[in-house]
Ligand binder design. Structure first.
Ligand code: NAD
Length: 250
């Protein structure tokens, strides 16, 4: 028996094969969930959906565009009939220092990470409210909590801190409607998000700050997402869950 039998989920930014969204989609599927994988390119989203098994769908959706999010939700409702879980996972980062952040860097990073989370949430909330049930899971970062120091610049920390605030405010407002909202704060996880810009020296420095002495695996984050998506966390809302090997013990 799966923890998500009979449920359906939307996971944004889940086509990246080594990414956190894809690993989460895989684990949700193993637990009986039908998954809609959303990403920038339809072909990649469809491939990723086929890769996790039968009965899942892949759709193109740029989360920075409200109309894309609304169209994707309509398509998923057509395919699955209901949406129980939304994982706002799509994100980008840039390793810039404070004085190097240009307006276009700020817009790019804030738009995908923060506006994208708001857009997708607004697109599913009316449906979840009608059903008086739903789980929102937002991907923040340890960078939000400790002011960077991993890879992303200050604008990334700000965007992910914004995701924490948005998550908590949604949890408060939506609790009477039976909708839970929680954030995951991953530490350093080996994925393609660094786009080849992580040098061996940067990696060594990051690893030195992790008490568990290793980078996280995408599956480490997926396990936390499964907990937050399932009834195991029925009384958990407005929380930020650390998945960081001890990088932020406080
Ligand atoms: P990734 O680069 O492997 O995957 C991100 C996916 O998001 C890609 O498939 C990309 O195409 C997609 N995407 C980008 N812009 C998009 C848009 N506008 N609309 C829809 N999709 C879009 O990254 P990842 O490491 O799997 O990261 C997943 C999430 O976890 C991100 O929000 C990231 O900020 C967060 N995170 C990652 C780490 C880490 O160490 N890897 C740590 C903390 C937080």
């Amino acid at each position: 028996m799966g923890l998500l039998d009979g449920q359906t989920a939307i996971i944004t930014g889940a086509a990246s094969m080594k990414g956190l969204g894809k690993a989460t989609a895989q684990l949700f599927a193993e637990h009986g969930c039908r998954v809609a994988i959303l990403d920038l390119e339809a072909a990649q989203a469809e491939d990723a959906a086929a890769n996790i098994g039968d009965g899942h769908v892949g759709l193109a959706c740029d989360v920075t565009r409200k109309a894309d999010c609304e169209a994707a939700v309509a398509a998923v409702l057509e395919a699955f009939g209901q949406i129980d879980i939304l994982v706002n996972n799509a994100g980008i980062t840039q390793p810039l220092r404070i004085m190097d952040i240009k307006h276009e860097n700020y817009d790019a990073v804030l738009d995908v990470n923060l506006l994208g989370t708001l857009n997708m949430s607004q697109a599913v909330i009316p449906h979840m409210r009608d059903r008086r049930s739903g789980k929102l899971i937002n991907m923040s970062s340890v960078s939000a909590q400790r002011g960077g120091g991993i890879f992303g610049g200050p604008h990334y920390s700000a965007a992910k801190a914004g995701v924490l605030g948005l998550t908590k405010a949604m949890a408060r407002e939506l609790a009477p409607d039976g909708i839970r909202a929680n954030a995951i704060c991953p530490g350093f996880i080996a994925t393609d998000i660094t786009q080849g810009k992580l040098t061996p020296e940067m990696k060594e420095k990051i690893l030195a700050g992790i008490p568990m002495g290793r980078a996280g695996e995408a599956s480490d984050v997926a396990g936390c997402a499964l907990f937050l998506a399932s009834d195991l966390s029925a009384y958990v809302t407005g929380s930020e869950v650390d998945v960081n090997g001890g990088s932020l013990i406080h």
